[in-house]
Design a protein around this ligand. Structure first.
Ligand SMILES: [Zn+2]
Length: 130
């Protein structure tokens, strides 16, 4: 998880403790994506942890690569940017410390991963309060 402390968000490696701090959750998620951090399910099954690129390569833990279509889709007057939606979904998951929020987000993640790209899902993801 990304830990929130005051106004800062800390991205912390679950293995070595390496960390980076950010002013916003979306910034932290963007950095994570761009700098080769990965997320994996925790061994105890409770959520997930983030791994820095160093630990990722040492442990050779490989993420199942799924081909995702994250294109921007126009639906009438509405532009659905699924890259933005995915960042937001991930940001929500990262700050979803409490069970209720995780419970609310999980069905959205399942629909997203299953390839649903509807305006309804998009609006639901973008409508989650961060
Ligand atoms: Zn590490």
């Amino acid at each position: 998880m990304i830990q929130k402390e005051g106004d800062l968000y800390h991205l912390i490696c679950g293995i070595c403790g390496e960390h980076e701090s950010f002013n916003g959750i979306l910034e932290a998620v963007e950095y994570k994506k761009n700098c080769g951090w990965i997320r994996r399910g925790r061994d105890d099954g409770d959520g997930w942890e983030n791994l820095c690129p160093k630990c990722y390569s040492i442990h050779r833990w490989r993420k199942k690569v799924t081909q995702r279509q994250n294109d921007t889709i126009r639906m009438g007057d509405l532009m659905l940017d699924w890259n933005v939606a995915e960042r937001r979904l991930e940001a929500c998951e990262e700050v979803a410390g409490d069970f209720a929020l995780r419970f609310a987000i999980k069905p959205l993640r399942i629909r997203f991963d299953a390839g649903e790209r509807t305006a309804e899902l998009y609006n639901e993801i973008m409508g989650i309060a961060l």
